[in-house]
Ligand binder design. Sequence first.
Ligand SMILES: Cc1cc2nc3c(=O)[nH]c(=O)nc-3n(C[C@H](O)[C@H](O)[C@H](O)COP(=O)(O)OP(=O)(O)OC[C@H]3O[C@@H](n4cnc5c(N)ncnc54)[C@H](O)[C@@H]3O)c2cc1C
Length: 391
Amino acid sequence: MAELRIAVVGGGIGGLAAAAFLARAGLACTVYEQAAALGEVGAGLVASPNLVRLLRRLGVLPEFLARAVAIDVGWEFRRWADGGVLSAENLAEACERLYGERTYTVHRADLLSVVQAAVPPAAIRLGAKCVGVEAADDGAVLSFADGTTTTADVVIGADGVHSTVRGALLGPSPATFSGLCAFRALVPAADAPAFALRNAHTLWLGPDHHLVHYPISAGKLVNIVAFAPAGEDVVESWSATASHAQFAAEFEGWDPRLRELIAAAGTPGRWALLDRAPLARWSHGPVTLLGDAAHPMFPFFAQGAAQAVEDAAALAVCLATDATDPARALRRYESARRERTARLQTVSHERAHLNHLPDGPGQQARDAALSGQDPLAANAWIYGHDAELVP
Ligand SMILES: Cc1cc2nc3c(=O)[nH]c(=O)nc-3n(C[C@H](O)[C@H](O)[C@H](O)COP(=O)(O)OP(=O)(O)OC[C@H]3O[C@@H](n4cnc5c(N)ncnc54)[C@H](O)[C@@H]3O)c2cc1C
């Protein structure tokens, strides 16, 4: 049987994870990445057990552990005015006992290079911007900005939230403006207040705003991401910036420890959060989507990258076990993944409202609910999931 020609569009965390899991399953692919070099814009992310167990299977855990921070306390919700702790998860011993892995924080660029280590270097084509995908008798034809084309038996669109492959497959699927924007900043550990250096993932909740911080890069940096009303700003870009004064003004009057952390930050990045509803379908014939191209989600459950890697693991299982009928394999992949990712899109969406309640009865009910639950057990459906067990 001839080898399947598999094209992955996009060399972000999802696209590289797809190439890594396909290689592990004995399937070759080519990753087409538009950028001239692989890299991730600077910010951190939380790597939950459902992601970490997949990194372990790729054989890259030692490299990951050398760059990540093992988190002892996570989802530590604090009150904006005085830092009172509303709820916290034990992410050390209890997390490992329940889910077989701990939770870590990591710089996105580090996670990308760790996943890249499991991809054969010859599989990656840089400077290859895909501009179109069309069905053909023997698969699909990809066209690139430099005028070249290539034919593949399977096309995986892992090209992010503004996916060209999704546009080619489903037509325009416009986003709505969420009304929220995010500030992000990195603070060198030497400049950060001591409370921000704990191995903790902390979220401060207040009226119309919340702010998240945790150490990354083996403790050398503190990552901050903060959410606020966006005003007129509707640019969804990782490279846009705001002034430090704008950032600080959003958190005027908050707990002095938090203000001290903000004061230590340099010029923050700022971008608008756009909102997209779950897709009813994302595989058609030999073409499918993966990661943010299929199911972009608000970052409030910290699951976007984890879901992209889960997609990659499930997709490799489906293609490896049904290589003679790739379209059927892609439909199986989609049905294994759609409900779970749609649920995460929905709960992440709902948390925007909950995190930003003004002080009053609604906020008091939220805080009581937070303190009354066992958050680690409540998230079993997220952390306990094994993406390679495809029905
Ligand atoms: C503030 C914030 C915090 C987050 N925190 C977390 C967290 O704690 N935990 C977590 O798991 N997730 C988190 N996420 C989500 C996570 O970062 C994303 O879901 C994840 O990076 C998506 O990966 P992807 O590979 O699908 O897409 P992307 O990372 O967007 O990669 C897409 C790639 O495709 C390339 N590309 C695009 N178009 C083309 C084209 N036409 N041709 C060729 N190449 C193309 C791009 O250059 C890029 O390299 C967070 C996101 C945000 C915004």
